[in-house]
Design a binder for this molecule. Structure first.
Ligand SMILES: C[S@@+](CC[C@H](N)C(=O)[O-])C[C@H]1O[C@@H](n2cnc3c(N)ncnc32)[C@H](O)[C@@H]1O
Length: 434
């Protein structure tokens, strides 16, 4: 395979291509590179770039420069598979790199286009691009570092380039879990000792330790990655061991009422059933129904007695029995916190929810911020409000507040049971990407 790179700065690539694995790959004749300087395709005294139409800032590389570059490279190496580097392209991930490798592996000629300034005329990509790749959601000054990064990522898949092919397939982001930590000599360095199990010679114990570490690290640091992967049920069970225990409390007290006063709302049996089922689906340990009202509690206790009784509700519908078994009545938030502390030995981190954005609220987090919450190494309690939302007194007790759920409309009146299901899914559910 020959890789042609069309660039304004070919000198950037000399040391890069003459170093380490890529140098060896060329010596082994696995791949060759040809650098094409865009300035070679510009007539003397002509500019390589031109202003954009419509008076936006910056200049674009002229389309005819790229056209000439392609013609020259294809005259030498034949028809090419063309990859443009652009922040507007498809995002490079380990998975997309592997897919891209499958597309280019059998090509004799691949061309990379590293642009500068504001980029290139949009018609060039429309005319030529087989792929447009972004190396991440950020903008760098030019396409040369992205092109080098893409080469380092793609060519690891070319047989013979990386010494041990096994290391490519087992590396982080090749499966659902990132790589486990590795250690080398000396056994003790700066007071830190290599874990004993790795020095034990017990291959079974070492494999188990490594698997546990890689799952733990993935759950704690790369939850978004893990939940984008299709896990086996064994992997899912293993991962769930490292997700901190989650609880939910549906607050019927300390609530803003329709007339703006703060008070207590009624419990509805449909919320009891549906949030219990959602809690079971997302592995929440308990669902607390929080109300101090004696009549309300009595009514709900009758319902719970039916479903929680194995010989009654359990016989009638065992799934519903399993879901309803996690429901507990409580008088107030303090009781909920005490019950969780008793079970877990630690107070929970409280994750509030609200239908309103609070600009500048420092506790507001997104549905990708699990690491911020889970790094506290404590159980997590999700607080759901009823009525017109939780009053200030309750919100003040939250350590974090999840940003409101929003669709592309101005309607903002979800039922709490629907909101609960969405919140659990966005916080704890899978979001498969492959
Ligand atoms: C300053 S950037 C142009 C940014 C462009 N105006 C935009 O906002 O999308 C110039 C060139 O750098 C390269 N580049 C910058 N960021 C990149 C990224 N994240 N991935 C791939 N290429 C990138 C592209 O070749 C791009 O045309």
């Amino acid at each position: 395979m020959n890789v042609s790179i069309l660039t304004l700065f070919p000198e950037l690539y000399q040391p890069f291509l003459q170093t380490s694995l890529l140098k060896r790959a060329q010596e082994k004749k696995l791949v060759s590179f040809s650098l094409h300087n865009m300035f070679d395709y510009v007539e003397p005294k002509q500019r390589i770039d031109a202003p954009t139409f419509g008076h936006s800032s910056g200049m674009l590389i002229r389309p005819d420069v790229i056209e000439q570059g392609i013609d020259e490279a294809e005259k030498q190496f034949g028809k090419s598979f063309k990859i443009f580097l652009s922040p507007q392209g498809s995002k490079l991930t380990q998975h997309s790199a592997q897919e891209l490798w499958h597309k280019v592996a059998s090509q004799k000629h691949v061309m990379l286009f590293a642009s500068r300034y504001e980029g290139i005329d949009a018609r060039v990509e429309q005319e030529y691009a087989d792929e447009i790749i972004s190396v991440g959601d950020f903008v760098v000054m030019g396409g040369d570092i992205p092109a080098m990064l893409l080469l380092e990522c793609l060519l690891r898949y070319m047989p013979g380039v990386v010494g041990k092919e096994e290391s490519v397939t087992l590396d982080s982001f090749s499966g659902a879990f990132v790589d486990h930590p590795e250690y080398t000599k000396p056994v003790e360095w700066k007071g830190r000792v290599v874990p004993e199990v790795l020095r034990s010679g017990n291959h079974g114990a070492i494999a188990k330790w490594r698997q546990e570490k890689s799952v733990e690290l993935t759950v704690k640091k790369h939850f978004d990655w893990m939940r984008s992967c299709l896990l086996t049920s064994e992997q899912r069970d293993l991962a769930s061991r490292y997700i901190p225990s989650h609880y939910v409390a549906l607050m019927h007290t300390g609530i803003v009422l329709k007339d703006g006063r703060i008070g207590t709302t009624s419990i509805t049996s449909i919320d009891v059933h549906d949030i219990a089922r959602s809690s079971a689906t997302y592995n929440l340990k308990h669902y607390f129904l929080v109300s101090p009202l004696v009549d309300q509690k009595k009514m709900i206790q009758d319902l719970l007695d039916f479903w929680q009784e194995k010989e009654v509700g359990g016989e009638y519908n065992s799934d519903r029995h399993e879901a309803m078994n996690r429901v507990i009545m409580a008088d107030g938030l303090a009781d909920v916190i005490a019950a969780i502390e008793k079970k877990e030995g630690k107070k929970p981190v409280i994750l509030g929810t609200s239908a309103k954005f609070a600009p500048g609220e420092p506790r507001m987090i997104s549905y990708h911020d699990q690491e911020k919450v889970w790094s506290h190494d404590r159980p997590v309690l999700i607080l759901l409000g009823t009525g017109h939302g939780m009053a200030e007194q309750l919100m003040k007790q939250c350590d974090f507040i999840l940003q409101p759920i929003q669709g592309f409309s101005r309607f903002n009146h979800l039922s709490v049971r629907s909101a609960a299901a969405i919140i659990f899914d966005k916080w704890l559910g899978f979001a498969l990407q492959k």
